[in-house]
Write a protein that binds this ligand. Structure first.
Ligand code: NAD
Length: 418
């Protein structure tokens, strides 16, 4: 079964088949779980600043809604593909089941290069994309949120466009909004805070002392930068390497994430940070450290570099950062992998909190958000860890066994319509 497919959808299907066989699922159920429930491809025009009209392609894929409305972010990236969105939608289904929140999985994306577009062009692109998605989305059917290169401003345009189309304000249509538009306290750092709770638990079960622990993080966007900050400030770990798409930096005595963030804001990159040494993204992944956090793209860790990973714990901030072959190598090496569907589930959990608050028009304090998130992540980690130990499987297999079984049980209880 081990494979190094670079197509994330093939990886996602292989994972379902592998776990389906362990669970003894029949072929029909495995096929049902492997395919998205609904997919929409839209080609739409956007007036550009130079007066031309450009046609963009976007997708929205709903993988499964058996346990509740579909939930998943939307990404703007030149390399978005339908298969990538299908895989990400499927992983959202398992992620929501892993942390036991009542959602199914979805994902969306637009093929575009947001770094080369003006704010006006991005606004027009977003408003038209939302309008094209209107037949599929809704506060009780499919609730989008942010992902790579989309942010609170994108979500504000999203919420406004949907609201203007239905004729009244509808904050519950999208999550990741600014607080003034019904966003939840703590959403910006939620994915990284959930990751930090998982790292805390993983270090505790592995008897690793925090004072001696070092961290390397690939990707310095929303997830990477907040993870660096929280792992340093709340767990007291030493951040020794950071990177973004232009390359990385290392400093064994420790980097100050806030100061690196400011440097990136000024210069556009983490590289050339005073006092640190520039490294490549490949070198970053092979840094000797206690905790390695891939927080950028899929397929960062493959059979080609898995052997050189020199970390005790791999905390998957990104979605799908390890291929199946890499997984096998890491398991043989004894690396404790906190799988993406558990490790980065803090984001969708606080998105769920945001949606619940929007539906109730009743808002929670930061303390309440953190307590609820801590409880959910700690319980999910312990469930996955205990399953991994009792069934003698790795953490990813354990998370899949638990989450796929949840979806299978819900499907059986509902029955196949009609
Ligand atoms: P982001 O756009 O804020 O940041 C992405 C970062 O990755 C940037 O620093 C970029 O420079 C860097 N990057 C891009 N390509 C790279 C490469 N080849 N090598 C090294 N760095 C590279 O995105 P984000 O929201 O932080 O998301 C990062 C990952 O986490 C994605 O896989 C996303 O699906 C996943 N994720 C995000 C959230 C969330 O709440 N934002 C939730 C769950 C999972």
């Amino acid at each position: 079964m081990a494979s190094d497919h670079n197509n994330p959808y093939h990886v996602a299907i292989s994972q379902v088949r592998l776990v389906g066989e362990i669970l003894g699922l029949d072929g029909g159920m495995i096929e049902l779980l492997s395919r998205p429930k609904r997919e929409l491809t839209v080609n739409f025009p956007v007036p550009m600043d130079d007066g031309t009209i450009k046609i963009f392609t976007g997708y929205r894929v709903q993988h499964n809604s058996v346990r509740g409305p579909c939930k998943g972010g939307m990404r703007y990236h030149p390399e978005v593909t339908l298969d990538e969105i299908r895989a990400l939608a499927m992983w959202m289904t398992w992620k929501c089941a892993t942390v036991d929140i009542p959602y199914g999985g979805a994902k969306g994306g637009v093929i575009c290069d947001p770094k080369k577009m003006s704010s006006g062009e991005l606004e027009r692109l977003t408003r038209r994309y939302v309008s094209e998605l209107m037949p599929l989305i809704g506060p009780h059917t499919d609730i989008p949120g942010p992902d790579m290169y989309t942010d609170a401003q994108t979500m504000s345009w999203f919420m406004d466009t949907y609201s203007m189309n239905v004729g009244h304000s509808m904050p519950s249509i999208v999550t990741g909004k600014p607080i003034s538009l019904g966003g939840s306290k703590g959403r910006d750092e939620a994915t990284s805070r959930g990751l930090m709770y998982c790292v805390r638990e993983a270090m505790d079960v592995s008897d690793i002392k925090r004072k001696e622990a070092t961290v390397a993080i690939q990707g310095f966007g929303n997830v990477g930068w907040n993870a660096a900050r929280l792992l340093k400030d709340e767990l007291g770990l030493t951040i020794i390497a950071l990177s973004d798409s232009s390359g990385g930096i290392t400093k064994l005595s420790g980097l100050d994430p806030v100061s690196v963030h400011e440097h990136k804001r000024r210069t556009g990159s983490v590289q050339d940070y005073p006092g640190a040494t520039n490294i490549t993204n490949e070198e970053l992944l092979e840094t000797q450290c206690t905790v390695l956090v891939p927080a950028a793209m899929e397929n960062a860790i493959t059979s080609e570099n898995a052997d050189n990973i020199d970390a005790l714990i791999l905390a998957e901030g990104a979605n799908g950062p390890s291929t199946l072959r890499a997984d096998k190598i890491l398991a043989e090496k004894g690396t404790l992998v906190i799988p993406d569907i558990l490790c980065n589930a803090g984001g969708v959990t606080v998105s769920y909190f945001e949606w619940v608050q929007n539906l109730q028009f009743l808002y929670w304090s930061n303390v309440e958000i953190r307590e609820r998130l801590n409880e959910i992540m700690t319980y999910a980690f312990s469930k996955v860890y205990t399953t991994a130990e009792s069934k003698d499987v790795d953490m990813r297999t354990a998370a899949y066994l638990l989450s796929i079984n949840e979806v299978v049980q819900a499907t059986k209880l509902r029955g196949i319509y009609p």
